[in-house]
Design a protein around this ligand. Structure first.
Ligand code: ADP
Length: 406
């Protein structure tokens, strides 16, 4: 398996394999702070590289290396010139500065590579083995750090930055993340697109009834990340919230000018009424545009953490079902339904949203950002899939798995 992407003069590539077999100038070791050797990548590097690496490490760095940094040695018998011993953080739940430490470990290695005139460097997935950093988060940090570094023009002679992943699953996570970061096609259809971007109308309807109170910050944080992921895409965002009534917040803002999502929790859940009203509004707005200005594709995301309990009686399930059916069948809109504290798949079915497009999420600070990341991935799919394949953009097992993991 192989994936690559050109950034400036450098190729960022992903390979599946053993890091000790990579012929590059610099091999990065996932070391620990005492530089005492260990399992995983560390064990493999010392085994294949021979005892010279440890001898040099002991001599030059008797006090080890702080977390978030890296130190260089020779590469012994490895087919490389240097080993950079990078110390990633141990995962403690994400609130102890782990992300920043991981970022700075990667960054220090890139700086070392540039300082030493390396043309190529290979990284393992630092911290995601024994140190337990969730791989999807780690992949995002790793790839973004490299991308940012390369975009700063500080890469010196570096022509290749490679990530060597040890399992197919890890490779897939890095590949997807790379795709999202660079808005490339990850559409899982037979007919992959050439890299072609679509204009999208992204419509988000978020429940802000009372139960959202404690998770409002996580919700708006997750939404802000989604916006950040796709800031350079051609997406127009419409955002409404609802409790016992429907409240439009903004409409058709270019994604790059969306600043912050705010959520103000109050009262009860008029889901049917609000979804019907927003579908009508979005539909009317699109219909009023000349064909040339209409976004090609429409994504409509409904998020709720509770069940309907406040719509006016004329807003029935059947009515919402009919609207969703019409927009899906006639205009190819993609509806996604995210539900907490319910069987979201079952619930979505009653509105005519298929099980592929519905997902249960857990309404807490770990899982809410993840559910938005799943939506962000689907938006990336949507941006690059062919018009006919819109309905095949779907949540994947990995999205559901993340909601089940603690
Ligand atoms: P950490 O302690 O930083 O978590 P580990 O070495 O335990 O580091 O694991 C980091 C990642 O490297 C894991 O995904 C693991 O599967 C992978 N890995 C282990 N051995 C190798 C190897 N020889 N080549 C490439 N990757 C490896």
């Amino acid at each position: 398996m192989f994936e690559s992407l050109q950034i400036g003069n450098t190729v960022l590539e992903l390979v599946l394999g053993d890091i000790t077999e990579q012929k590059v100038d610099a091999v990065v070791n996932a070391a620990n702070a005492s530089l005492a050797g260990g399992g995983g990548v560390d064990g493999a590097i010392h085994r294949s590289g021979g005892s010279a690496i440890m001898a040099e490490t002991r001599k030059k760095y008797p006090n080890g290396c702080p977390t978030g940094s890296a130190v260089p040695t020779g590469a012994g018998k490895l087919p490389a010139k240097f080993v950079f011993h990078a110390v990633g953080p141990r995962w403690h739940g994400g609130r102890s500065g782990e992300a920043e430490q991981l970022r700075s470990a990667y960054r220090r290695c890139l700086e070392l590579a540039a300082e030493k005139g390396c043309e190529s460097i290979v990284f393992p997935s630092i911290s995601t083995g024994a140190y337990g950093f969730p791989i999807d988060k780690a992949a995002e940090i790793a790839l973004r750090t490299v991308k940012d570094f390369l975009n700063e023009n500080s890469a010196g002679n570096i022509k290749t930055v490679r990530f060597c992943l040890f399992s197919g699953d890890d490779f897939n996570v890095y590949q997807r993340t790379l795709n999202v970061i660079h808005l490339k096609n990850v559409c899982k259809t037979d007919e992959r697109n050439p890299p072609m971007k679509s204009t999208i109308s992204l419509n988000i309807l978020v429940d802000s009834s009372g139960s959202m109170y404690t998770i409002a910050d996580d919700m708006s944080g997750g939404l802000n990340e989604l916006i950040a992921d796709h800031r350079d895409s051609d997406t127009l965002v419409t955002y409404s919230i609802f409790s016992d009534n429907y409240q439009p917040v903004f409409a058709e803002k270019p994604i790059r000018s969306v600043e912050q999502f705010a959520i103000k929790p109050d009262a009860s859940t008029a889901l049917l009424e609000s979804a019907c009203k927003m579908i009508d509004e979005v539909g009317e707005r699109l219909a009023a545009k000349p064909e040339s200005e209409r976004p090609e594709k429409v994504m409509f995301v409904i998020v709720t953490d509770g069940q309907e309990n406040a719509s006016a009686p004329e807003y029935t399930r059947a009515r919402l079902f009919a609207k969703i059916k019409e927009q899906t069948e006639t205009y190819n809109w993609l509806f996604l339904y995210l539900g907490a504290n319910q069987d979201a798949i079952q619930e979505a079915k009653t509105f005519g949203i298929s099980s592929d497009h519905a997902m249960d999420f857990r309404a807490d600070s770990v899982h809410i950002p993840e559910v938005w990341q799943s939506v962000s991935h689907r938006l990336a799919d949507m941006l690059y899939c062919k018009m006919e394949a819109v309905q095949s953009v779907a949540f994947e097992d990995i999205d559901r798995q993340k909601q089940e993991d603690d």
